[in-house]
Write a protein that binds this ligand. Structure first.
Ligand SMILES: Cc1cc2nc3c(=O)[nH]c(=O)nc-3n(C[C@H](O)[C@H](O)[C@H](O)COP(=O)(O)O)c2cc1C
Length: 455
């Protein structure tokens, strides 16, 4: 246990970084918490709300990482390097350290003080089933596997209860199922308003017994400072803005929750989920409520995770990647486009590797002469390097995700998990076709004349 020295960087340090870079808009006038999402959507920068109507102690902020540019700013790297920066952090985990000084516990509400309506949880989208908390770092423990950290949205139900969106495959779902099988509740703690590294680590699919706080430490290049919770046997980032402590009730997937505005840019189905009963709320004396802007911040937080997983899968398959991109049209999650230095057959090996990543359902592979960031270049490769009967790969019955409407999750019933088909397109130069057939047009006398000389 240490009690001195600088604390690992948190939410406020990122706000400052954005401010310094001209990427933070401060709104001094009083706003209705229900209007912050619409205002953030109109703002060209991350947004900071200085006065919230009816919540004099609270301020709100959001859209911190809702573009690739702002995510790269928060990660302190060039935009093209978010995957490799993330990968480096994952490869060098640093164990968290326990501290006593905890800004997140400057104010503690227990007993009758516990009341979620005292927090400005906003309505976000027209069809949402209610206000929900979108920026969660959820911590739990399992007697055998140890600590798990994931990010799960919580929809408001009553002053002391929320849902938890636990329908998809995840370690937290396994932890909850094991507690349920043992007939006991699962204690959780939810930190809100952390550095994006904690969210990135939480959303990374680490093997089940791996502590994602060590991965967050790798991303920071320093240990994450954790503090013991007040009413549950768990630890949370000490510099969080707000923490909810409590338990998931041993009731299974029986309470209706949603619909949510999803990171797929559409409204999901009503889901069946457990209930989170809140036992204590702790927060900073001058708390800032983080409204993670759906869907953009959720998408961009997925990008480095999915891109890094794609790079790793390619390397394990002995294919040399040159560039990788999880386009925002695929919500930085369902689609991976990669260029490779190809040897014969590796277009197909690369597709098999990329399609093994999470729920990626469309993978496109090109040679290294294609700029995968240029949609026209990509279309060109797909037009002239693809023969559909030879270069398209379809895999049926792989793991899918509820919020993709095409998996028809509504037909599954409570607790069911969907499957999906996966599509790979090998847009590399076909074997046997000389590379010279793809030489781009070059203009006659290109180097002999200069436009400036004719103005
Ligand atoms: C902002 C954000 C919100 C998320 N919300 C959910 C959610 O509500 N439900 C879910 O199943 N996964 C959600 N995820 C993805 C999970 O956090 C991710 O699958 C993670 O790997 C789960 O961690 P675990 O398997 O260690 O429990 C979210 C991710 C982010 C970045």
């Amino acid at each position: 246990m240490v009690d001195s020295g600088p604390m690992s960087a948190g939410f406020r340090e990122v706000l400052k970084q954005l401010d310094d870079a001209g990427e933070l808009l401060r709104l001094p006038k009083t706003v209705d918490a229900r209007h912050v999402s619409a205002l953030m959507a109109q703002a060209p920068q991350a947004t900071f709300f200085e006065q919230i109507d009816g919540y004099p102690d609270w301020r709100m902020a959001g859209a911190l990482v809702s573009t690739r540019k702002r995510l790269a700013l928060a990660m302190g790297c060039p935009e093209a390097a978010i995957a490799t920066t993330f990968e480096r952090g994952v490869q060098r985990p640093i164990e968290p350290r326990l501290v006593e000084r905890a800004p997140c516990q400057e104010v503690v509400w227990t007993g009758d003080d516990v009341d979620l309506t005292r927090i400005p949880i906003p309505m976000m989208h027209v069809k949402d089933g209610g206000p929900y908390i979108s920026a969660t770092v959820v911590v739990a423990k399992d007697p055998e596997y140890g600590r798990n950290v994931g990010s799960y949205r919580l929809m408001y139900r009553t002053p002391r209860e929320t849902g938890i969106d636990l329908v998809s495959s995840s370690d937290m779902r396994v932890y909850y199922q094991r507690a349920l099988d043992a007939g006991r509740p699962l204690e959780i703690a939810v930190a809100i308003g952390t550095h994006p590294y904690e969210l990135l680590a939480a959303s990374y699919k680490a093997p089940i017994a791996v502590d994602e706080f060590a991965i967050a430490g790798g991303l920071h290049g320093a240990p994450v400072d954790l503090v013991r919770c007040r009413t549950v046997d768990l630890e949370v980032p000490a510099n969080a803005e707000l923490v909810l402590e409590g338990e998931l009730l041993p009731m299974g997937w029986t309470a209706d929750e949603g619909p949510f505005g999803e990171f797929s840019h559409i409204t999901g189905e009503v889901k069946w989920n457990p209930i989170f009963r809140v036992r204590a709320i702790t927060h900073r004396r001058d708390p800032i409520f983080y409204v993670l802007q759906m869907p953009w911040e959720n998408d961009w937080l997925a990008a480095p995770v999915i891109e890094a997983a794609g790079l790793q899968a390619l390397r394990i398959a002995s294919v040399e990647p040159v560039a990788i991109r999880a386009p925002v049209g695929g919500c930085c999650y369902w689609t991976l486009v990669a260029s490779i230095k190809k040897r014969p057959g590796e277009g197909k090996n690369a597709l098999l590797a990329l399609l093994s990543v999470a729920e990626v359902k469309l993978a496109i592979v090109t040679d290294d002469d294609i700029d995968i960031y240029d949609p026209d270049d990509l279309d060109w490769a797909m037009t002239f390097r693809v023969q559909a009967d030879q270069d398209v790969l379809v895999v049926s019955g792989a793991r899918g995700k509820h919020i993709d409407p095409s998996v028809r999750a509504a037909a599954l019933g409570k607790g069911g998990l969907p499957t999906t088909a996966k599509l790979g397109i090998d847009a590399t130069i076909p074997e046997g076709v000389p590379r010279s057939h793809y030489e781009r047009l070059r203009y006659f006398a290109k180097d002999a004349v200069r436009l400036e000389d004719y103005r």
